[in-house]
Write a protein of this length. Structure first.
Length: 204
């Protein structure tokens, strides 16, 4: 790899680190899409429509998750020196995990469900922290959640540059899940990708 290529990669990584927390502009840009009628893919996350499966691949891990509910709280307050004041948001999801994706995803599958909540940040500046639960679990995988139904590509330490692959679908039943379906489009972390909305009709 050339010096210029390494410098470009380093620059992109720094950009990702700087933007990982999501700026207000990013939230406004992605908040305009209806996640009940389509999928959304950004440079750092992807989400399937509500009650449809999002597929996850990482090494030999194969996961399918489905958000079943989401809603906003009614607790927004003016921001203060120690609180961001934004309203809390909630979601529920189901997960199904298989050690290696097989033609029949219903065999030897572990499953579970989870609840997520993102509350106003508490603290001061860089010491502000989140008191809710914003991590999606699927078997051994732990991935960041973005309201309402999006999951971050990144696993572990961002500097390790470990990314999962995500594929949104319109499948509602576990029997429909086929990891080798040629119609699937898999996405990974990509700092150059623009926000992409995919209608329900365009999904496999």
């Amino acid at each position: 790899m050339s010096v210029s290529s390494r410098l470009l990669q380093s620059y992109k990584l720094l950009l990702i680190v700087a933007m990982l927390g999501y700026c207000d502009t990013c939230k406004a840009e992605t908040g305009a899409f209806d996640m009940k009628a389509g999928a959304l893919v950004t440079w750092i996350d992807a989400g399937a429509p509500l009650k449809k499966f999002l597929l996850i691949r990482h090494s030999q891990d194969a996961c399918a998750i489905r958000f079943t509910e989401y809603h906003e709280g009614s607790d927004a307050k003016p921001n203060t020196f120690f609180s961001s004041g934004e309203q809390s948001v909630y979601a529920k999801y189901e997960w199904y995990y298989q050690r290696s994706a097989r033609p029949d995803f219903t065999m030897n599958v572990k499953s579970g469900n989870g609840e997520l909540v993102k509350r106003p940040l508490q603290g001061l500046g860089r010491l502000a922290f989140q008191t809710g639960n914003t991590e999606v679990m699927c078997g051994p995988l732990r991935l960041g959640w973005v309201y309402p139904t999006r999951v971050k590509f990144h696993v572990g330490n961002l500097r390790d540059n470990v990314s999962v692959e995500l594929a949104p679908t319109k499948w509602e039943k576990l029997n429909d899940v086929k990891f080798e379906d040629p119609r699937l489009r898999w996405y990974t972390l990509d700092a150059d990708r623009k926000v992409t909305y995919i209608s329900l009709q365009e999904l496999p």
